[in-house]
Ligand binder design. Structure first.
Ligand code: DQA
Length: 147
């Protein structure tokens, strides 16, 4: 089994960006935790981060026949990118939406996710562990043959 771990805009700044909200771990450290869990679960993971909507869309399109599921933190695009939502909806594989922070406990504009209705599910608020739970959810979905 192979999974894409997809990080959206500004997540390259983790560690220095609003540490009170997002914690002190860098993206590289978070990817390291994910890699360790992937090894423990005997699955493969690929990582990609972009600050550009089109690059994220291209990467989602390129998953076709390459990965079994995607763990996706769309960053601020979560709240308004219909283009990313359509890209997620077009995929035949499950996409698990994850967020470090609990978007439902933050500003009103973060409560809505345009991605959630087309995602397999949403995991929010557990810091870097949101990604680890997301990977476990992805493995479980693929094992059970669900989208
Ligand atoms: C985020 C939440 C978004 O609202 C925000 O724009 C981010 C990070 C999170 O992981 O908590 O960039 O996706």
């Amino acid at each position: 089994m192979k999974f894409l771990i997809l990080h959206g805009p500004n997540l390259n700044l983790l560690g220095q960006r609003e540490p009170g909200v997002y914690g002190s771990a860098t993206l590289e450290e978070i990817n390291g935790y994910i890699q360790s869990l992937a090894e423990e679960l005997a699955v493969q993971v690929e990582f990609f981060q972009s600050n550009h909507e089109g690059a994220l869309i291209d990467k989602l399109h390129a998953t076709l026949g390459v990965v079994d599921a995607v763990v996706f933190n769309p960053g601020a695009y979560t709240h308004y990118s219909i283009a990313l939502r359509d890209a997620v909806a077009s995929l035949p594989i499950p996409v698990i939406e994850v967020h470090l922070s609990n978007i439902h406990a933050r500003e009103d504009f973060r409560h809505q996710s345009v991605i959630a209705p087309v995602a397999a599910g949403q995991i929010v608020g557990f810091g870097p562990a949101s990604y680890l739970l997301g990977l476990r959810a992805a493995v479980s979905l693929v094992q059970s043959g669900r989208k």
